[in-house]
Design a protein around this ligand. Structure first.
Ligand SMILES: Cc1cc2nc3c(=O)[nH]c(=O)nc-3n(C[C@H](O)[C@H](O)[C@H](O)COP(=O)(O)OP(=O)(O)OC[C@H]3O[C@@H](n4cnc5c(N)ncnc54)[C@H](O)[C@@H]3O)c2cc1C
Length: 416
């Protein structure tokens, strides 16, 4: 069995940032394992621009953004193994890997950063009624077919779900000559970033129907021929009499991303409401020495924040290997009124560094105060004019505020 100090599982934006940071902090023995045939993860297929505005103060395409990190991995001579998939993980940090040339083998690590990304909810997850025909495809898969393999996925397209990937695919397919008939969203608001609604829909006159979903798909000769869109009420039930019949050959699903955490299930790692692992302020899971970051921890809308979180996990892993992590008592951090989730879910009572709480609101709200409190005492209060679920919010919590904490910390919203 091989031994390594730090094993990074997944060579996407999060994994590369973690490995780079750990190396910069003196960890010499690092290995990145990546199941694809190149580093970079999902960004390889994101050929549009809009990446790097925070990180580099420049607007880059996905491949340009990731190339800057691949260059750093190379410069720092961090070893990586491609076409290598981690297929098992134990709590004492032994991983089993599979590689088509070297076969199945094991690696024992002193610390692990898990950065395996996320996967898309598909047709099965939302149980669309109607025929089982071809032409129904998730947005990320359509993006990969078009941008990596050069295949058009359809000519007349309906997009279900107004998440960012769906919006970006609306523009991309239009530019490639498809007719994108509409985007249909079950919620009364869009789940995409405002800039994507403007640049991907409004600029191309693609209508966005809110509170409307697919009530039926109809196939002909094995291929999608029609979708029926119906309005939904506040309980998400279809309203009879509101049906719109649309001739199309492709239905693209952009109906949510889910952290890819199957490896964590092998070690009974406690999870949080993000569907990723429960973590502390250094992104360490509740299993000693196993850290996690990026989309496998919670789904991010902007890669720059993934990179930052990867660095934090790499920093945590470096401290762990040097036995310098704080070891006080656990303070739980909980989402209160109006808040969907908070990352991290715990912090250490002897924490020396400032922590950033990341959260999403449950629904769009205006004119709110964000309250951070402990034992019903307000520690911080800040005004937030507009908050929407599609935009992750980050708020710094200075380490010196810990002295005001009694018991757990809650983040909640209150009308101003
Ligand atoms: C389809 C899609 C489009 C997106 N478009 C945008 C966009 O336009 N702009 C934006 O800012 N953000 C976008 N995002 C968000 C984007 O996911 C993040 O910004 C960021 O790239 C995620 O980085 P990551 O490292 O967490 O995950 P990923 O980039 O997904 O990397 C995870 C890596 O882990 C590897 N892996 C997984 N399991 C294993 C295993 N068992 N063994 C070995 N390797 C493994 C995968 O092959 C992959 O390379 C998009 C996300 C998706 C899913």
């Amino acid at each position: 069995m091989r031994n390594v100090d730090l094993l990074v599982i997944g060579g996407g934006s999060a994994g590369m940032a973690a490995a780079i940071k750990a190396r910069q902090e003196g960890v010499q023995d690092i290995l990145i394992v990546e199941k694809d045939d190149n580093l970079g993860g999902i960004l390889n297929q994101c050929i549009h621009n809009g990446f790097g505005l925070t990180e580099f103060k420049e607007e880059l395409s996905g491949p340009e953004y990731l190339a800057r990190f691949v260059d750093q991995v190379e410069e720092l001579q961090i070893p990586y193994e491609l076409n290598t998939m981690v297929i098992d993980l134990t709590p004492d940090k032994v991983v089993t890997i599979s590689n088509k040339e070297t076969g199945v083998s094991q690696i024992k690590a002193k610390a692990i950063v898990m950065a395996t990304g996320c996967y898309e909810r598909g047709a099965g997850a939302i149980q669309i009624p109607g025929d089982r025909c071809s032409g129904i495809i998730t947005a990320g898969t359509a993006q990969k077919y078009l941008n990596i393999y050069g295949y058009m996925v359809g000519k007349r397209v309906v997009i279900l779900g107004s998440g960012d990937i769906g919006l970006i695919m609306a523009r991309r397919l239009t530019l490639e000559g498809a007719k994108v008939i509409c985007v249909s969203e079950i919620m009364p608001y869009s789940n995409g970033l405002n800039r994507n609604i403007a640049q991907c829909l409004n600029d191309y006159d693609i209508p966005l129907y809110l509170s409307r979903s697919v009530s039926k798909v109809i196939g002909r000769d094995g291929r999608l021929a029609k979708v029926i869109l119906s309005a939904v009420d506040e309980k998400m039930q279809f309203i009879p009499g509101t049906e719109m019949e649309i001739d199309c050959d492709t239905l693209i699903l952009s109906v949510g991303l889910i952290p890819y955490i199957s490896l964590l299930n092998y070690i009974n790692c406690p999870l949080s409401s993000t569907k990723g692992a429960k973590v502390n302020e250094y992104m360490e899971t509740m299993v000693d020495g196993i850290f996690t970051c990026g989309n496998c921890l919670h789904v991010h809308d902007v890669v720059d924040f993934v990179t930052d979180e990867g660095r934090l996990a790499g920093h945590g892993a470096a401290l762990y290997l040097r036995k310098e992590l704080p070891s006080g008592s656990v303070i739980n951090v909980k989402p209160g009124e109006g808040i969907g989730y908070v990352v991290p879910q715990t912090i250490d009572s002897e924490m020396k560094e400032n922590v950033t709480f990341k959260f999403r609101v449950r629904k769009p709200v205006k004119d709110m105060n964000l309250i951070i409190e402990s034992n019903n005492k307000v520690i911080t209060k800040m005004f937030k004019p507009v908050l929407i679920p599609s935009e992750m919010v980050m708020v710094k919590f200075p380490a010196d505020k810990l002295k005001e904490v009694e018991g757990e910390i809650t983040l909640r919203l209150e009308a101003r």
